[in-house]
Every structure is written in C-alpha cells, then in structure tokens.
Design a protein around this ligand. Sequence first.
Ligand code: PMP
Length: 448
Amino acid sequence: MTTPTDRPATSADWLRRDAAAVWHPFTQHATWTDDTPTVVDRAEGPWLIDVDGRRYLDGVSSLWTTTLGHGHPDVNAAITAQLARLDHSTFLGTTHTPGIELSEALIALAPRGRGPDLTKVFYAGDGSSAVEAALKIAYQYSTQTGHPRPTFVRLDQAYHGDTLGAVAVGGHELFHRAYRPLLLDTIGVASPGSRDHAPRERAALAAAELTAAMRDHGDQVCAIIVEPMIQGAAGMLDYDADYLRLARDLADAHGALLIFDEVATGFGRTGSMWAADHAGIVPDLLTCGKGITGGYLPLSAVLAAEHVYDAFLTRPGDTAPRTFFHGHTYTANPLCCAAALANLRVMAEQDVIGQAARLGDRLGKLLEPLAALDGVTEIRRLGTMTGVEVTPRGERTGFRVCQAARDRGVWLRPLGDTIVIMPPLTLGDDETDLLVNALAEALDEVLA
Ligand code: PMP
C-alpha cells in the first residue's frame, strides 16, 4: 500500500501497478498495456482528466451512463444528503422513502401506448441483473398463469448483459459463444437490424422468422425479449418500429410476455424518454439501468405491468407460494435511489430529453459528410446513440480510430469496427463540434 504522499505521479507508474493487480472487463490482458490505457483521475462535466492532467471529452458518457455529464452539483448534493440520512437499508422486510419516491417517479415516466400500463417497479443493481430478474419473472409468470413455458425468443446479435440468463438471450457471437453449453434453451430469430441484408429484406426476414418462431413454438415461449429500435452493443443496429408492433401482436396472440430491454436506450438516450416511445408500444416488462442515476451509482429496475405483478399474489387454495424469490443485498440502495431521483428531477427541470433530441439532430448533421469517406461503411443513429462503422474489418480499425481521437483529446470506444458516439445528453455545441472534428481527423489519419 502507498500513502497519498508517496503516490506515483505518472500514468506509467499506475499502469505498472494496474497490470500487476487488476483484471479488467472485456479485456485481453496479454496486450492490455501495449495500448497505454488512460488512467482517469477526475472528471468535470463532459471532461475526463487523467493522472497526468490531460483532458479528454467523454464521447461515450463513461459506459453510456453519465447522461448529465460528470459531477453534476444537484446529483452530488442529493447523494451527500442521503448519505447523512441513511446509507443502506434492506428492501427485504423494510422499505424506505427514496425507494418509494423513485418507484412513483418511474411509474409516472413509464412509456404509454399499445400495451399495458407499467405500474410496479422491481429493483436490481445493474443492467444484467435487471434482465435476469425479468427473465425469471417471465418464466414464473407462465407457471402461475397457465403452464410452464421454458423458453425465450431472442434476437440474433442481441446483447443483454453478462450473467448467464442474460447471455442465454444474447446472440453476440464473440461475447457469447464460449458459454453456449451452459445456457438456457432459447430460440434465436433474425435481427431486424442485421446489416447482412438490404433494409427491406432484413425487415421482411426478421418479421417472417419471428412469426414462424411463435407459430411453431409459441406455446413454449414465456417471453420475447428485444432491445427496442436499436441494438446498441450489437453495433448500433437500428430498425423499424413496425417490428415492435409485430412483437406486441405475436406476444399477445400466443400468451407470451414482451420484454423491452431499455438498459442502454432508456432515459433520453434515443431522443425520447424510452425507445418504446418511437413505436408507441408498451411491453409487459421493461428493464432499465445505466442512465437511471445519470451514471453516478449502480442501479437498475424492471418496470412491470399490473397483470404480471398480480400473477405473483397468493390466492386462496394455492398449494405453493407465488412469491418472486429473488433479490440482492443492494436492491434499491437508498443512495442509488436518491441519485436517480435527483437525476430525474434535473432531467425534467432542464428538459434534458429536448436537449438530447436536439443534440442527436446536430450530431447527425455534423456526421453526415463523414459517411462519404472511403472506409466509412455506414453511420447509424437514433437520438444520440450513434455508430460509425469503418473498414477494413479485422485490423482493429475501429480501435485505431478511437486511439487517434484520444490523441486529439476525445475519448471514444469501438464495438469491433463500429465507433460508438454516446455523449452526455447535455453536451454543448462547441464540445459537439470538437468531438466530430476530432473524429474526422482520426478517420483521415487511420483510413488514409
Ligand atoms: N442490456 C443492454 C441493452 C445493454 O446495453 C447492457 C450493457 N451495455 C446490459 C443489458 C447490461 O448492463 P450492465 O452492464 O449494467 O450489466
């Protein structure tokens, strides 16, 4: 252990210690330090500052989370105030005021449209565990309302998190193939966002596969799970709202639940509160996380329809309890709930959704010329969820572009050869210009 006074001053020192002690997520450690990772020390608004004092515009909101930027005074103050009052209290056998208030706020903000009202909130700690809870709720719902339906319909290329249930409903080859022998039974159908086919063909193929899967196996399917409107971690694969209308119809026709995973898309990321709003479709279960606290503390939730919740209420004559036997030590941690409440208050007071919609439009216009560059295959975007796909594939082109952007003071991350841009929703015009200019220069340098 070192004391603050003998703390090594440079990134190089910290990286040596990091390499000796740390195992990072999604990281190949044989080459980790070759790329001189950034050692982040502080953050201010949209800026990350490393231990050597270099500043980087955070173009991906940390991990798609810090929707208000870093260090927002209202969120910081809310966390501090909550800390002075109640740090932790279980949601098991007790309840607490920030947890109740946040549930009310989330229900008031829930999407409206075709489908049931979402009227109950179940908390978890991160996106994966919210998905995990939703899957278990869906299965148990089937056992308590009709007959056990042991499978799920999921999209190819989907990503819903890294716990085993979430992996089972994923379809991301690179991330998921190693674990396939361990997984639940699922039915994979073509993604409506797949770029393997032209737009009209992919929509028709996806609709046909979903329809056939439900026709052939609907009786065994407890839920269809989709990331609505745009598959983020798959590489920002956007698709048409009609697919969600079809999924709603098919789920209803076959007695399955519809789950929307809004962990990435929720809380303004797509230019509306929920991606579901673009389709006017409401699922039976909606998972959310990431932006719920503005990225300040880990929290996630499952919003549930009343008919789902109702199926878990014990009835006279029941031979087994209908309880949802699931929960975590940190379920609805009061600090996290307080951060989320403050985040939602700022979002409402400062029309952050409106800001996000305008930022998305502006990003779209500024990025347009880049689509014509040799080596840029496609630029995909919904609101501020943006992917710039580059070639050649398989030569770490996306990563090299991000490194070149970092050299220009802009922090971006690739998903394979798709460069992700997901800035804070409140990013100013000058900073947006800086981000796009740095990306343009980086593309020029790497693709030349
Ligand atoms: N679902 C979606 C759609 C996601 O994008 C993610 C994370 N990127 C998750 C679930 C998992 O969330 P977490 O990393 O917080 O477990």
